[in-house]
Write a protein of this length. Structure first.
Ligand code: ADP
Ligand code: MG
Length: 367
C-alpha cells in the first residue's frame, strides 16, 4: 500500500514534522489560550488539528474537530457541531441527543458512521440558532459535571460567515463563558478572512485568539520522513527524494502528491532512469486542469506577474516592464492584488513574493 495519501487529511501517525505546532497547540490548551491557525488550502491544517485531537485525547481530555467547510445555513452549522459532538460522552443536558434528529444528524453504529440530511429538511433559522446556542454550550455542561476540559477545533471557521455574517457574534457570546471548560482552536484557509475575523476591531473575535503559523514543511525534515517511509518498504531512492523536496520547497500537499508518484515508480521492477523527473511529469498531468483554471481567472497583467515569478524574474522590475510594455506601477498593482488574494502568491521570510504551488510554477514554465 502506497503510504502517501495526498487527498484527505493524514492520520496523526503519518504526519510529517509539525511537532512544534502540535506542541504549541497542546501548551495553549493547557493554558486555556485560544489559537487561530491560518494557512493556505492543503497546508495541513486539518491534519494538524486531528493530531492535536489525538494527543489531547491521549492525555485524558475530551477533544473534537468540527468541520465547518462549505456550511451554507445556520442549520448546517448546528448540524456540523452536533455531528462532531456525538463523539463526546452524553452531556448532562442531553443537548446533542435532543438536536441530532431535528438537525438531520443520525448516528449509526454507535457514532462511527454519520449522515447529515440535506439543508432543505432542516429546521428554520430561529430554531437552528437555538440549537447552535445549546450545542455550543455542551462543553460547559460537561465541565460542570466532571471538571474536565474539552478541546474544540473549529476547522474552516471563516465559512461560518457564509451561513450568516453575524454568527461569529453568536459563537463568541457562548464560548466567552467557557474559561476552564473548553479550549478552542480556530482554523481557516483564507488567511485574509481569518485575519478580518480576528483583527478587525468591529468583529466579536477581535484579539480573541493567539495566531499560530503553519508554514511550508521544513525541507530537510520532510525529506527525512519521506525517505524513511520509502526505505521502510524496501525502496531505493538514490537521491530522488531530495530532488523532489528541492522542487516542492516543502509545500505540504505537493510534496506528498509527488512522493506518492515517486513511490509507485520506485516500486516498479524497472524504475525509470530519472524517477523524480517522471514523478513531476505525472503530478503535472494530474493537476493541469486546475492550473489552467487559475490562468483563466487571471487578468493580463496578473499573468505577466505570475509568469515572471515562475521564471525567477523580478515581477515588477524594469526588464519585465519593458518586455511587456507595462508600467512598473501597473505591475506593482497587479502583484499587490495577487498578494491580497493570497491563494497563489505570498511573501517568503525575506518578503520576496513567490508562487505557492510549485506545480503551477512548473506548468507556467512549460506553457
Ligand atoms: N504534515 C504533513 N504530513 C504529511 N502530509 C501532509 C502534511 N501536511 C499536509 N499534508 C498533505 O496535504 C494534504 C492536505 O492536508 P490537509 O490537512 O487536508 O490540509 P488543509 O486542511 O490545510 O487543506 C494531505 O492529504 C497530505 O497529503
Ligand atoms: Mg482542511
Amino acid at each position: 500500500m502506497n503510504p502517501f495519501n495526498y487527498q484527505g487529511p493524514v492520520v496523526p501517525s503519518r504526519l510529517i514534522d509539525r511537532r512544534n505546532e502540535v506542541d504549541a497547540l497542546q501548551r495553549a490548551a493547557a493554558d486555556g489560550v485560544a489559537i487561530r491557525l491560518a494557512a493556505p488550502r492543503r497546508f495541513g491544517k486539518t491534519s494538524v488539528l486531528d493530531a492535536h485531537v489525538a494527543s489531547m485525547r491521549a492525555v485524558g481530555h475530551r477533544a473534537v474537530r468540527v468541520d465547518l467547510s462549505k456550511v451554507g445555513t445556520v442549520a448546517d452549522v448546528a448540524a456540523r457541531v452536533a455531528e462532531a459532538f456525538t463523539a463526546l460522552p452524553t452531556d448532562p443536558r442531553r443537548s446533542v441527543r435532543r438536536w441530532e434528529a431535528r438537525l438531520g444528524v443520525t448516528a449509526k453504529l454507535a457514532g462511527v458512521q454519520l449522515s447529515v440530511a440535506p439543508s432543505a429538511a432542516r429546521p428554520p433559522v430561529d430554531e437552528a440558532r437555538t440549537a447552535l446556542l445549546e450545542l455550543l454550550d455542551v462543553p460547559l455542561g460537561l465541565h460542570q459535571a466532571d471538571a474536565g476540559l474539552t478541546v474544540v477545533c473549529l476547522d474552516e471557521f471563516q465559512d461560518l460567515l457564509v451561513a450568516d455574517d453575524s454568527l461569529d457574534g453568536l459563537v463568541r457570546s457562548v464560548i466567552q463563558h467557557h474559561g476552564g471548560a473548553a479550549a478552542y482552536v480556530f482554523a481557516g484557509s483564507q488567511p485574509s478572512l481569518m485575519r478580518a475575523l480576528f483583527s478587525d476591531r468591529e468583529r466579536p473575535f477581535y484579539g480573541q485568539a493567539r495566531p499560530l503559523d503553519l508554514p511550508v514543511l521544513p525541507v530537510d525534515e520532510a525529506a527525512r520522513d519521506v525517505e524513511a517511509l520509502m526505505v521502510a518498504d524496501g525502496l531505493r531512492t538514490d537521491g530522488a527524494v531530495d530532488e523532489l523536496l528541492a522542487f516542492t520547497g516543502g509545500h505540504p500537499q505537493r510534496t506528498v502528491l509527488l512522493a506518492h508518484h515517486l513511490y509507485n515508480l520506485l516500486d516498479d521492477p524497472n524504475p525509470p532512469g530519472e524517477p523524480a523527473v517522471v514523478a513531476i511529469d505525472l503530478g503535472l498531468a494530474e493537476t493541469s486542469d486546475a492550473h489552467q483554471a487559475v490562468w483563466d481567472s487571471l487578468g493580463r497583467v496578473e499573468r505577466v506577474v505570475v509568469v515572471a515569478l515562475a521564471d525567477g524574474q523580478a515581477p515588477t522590475g524594469s526588464r519585465v516592464a519593458r518586455d511587456h510594455r507595462v508600467a512598473r506601477s501597473t505591475l506593482q498593482d497587479a502583484l499587490e492584488r495577487l498578494l491580497d488574494d493570497e491563494r497563489h502568491v505570498q511573501r517568503d521570510r525575506e518578503r520576496r513574493p513567490f508562487l505557492l504551488d510549485p506545480l503551477l510554477g512548473e506548468w507556467l514554465r512549460r506553457r
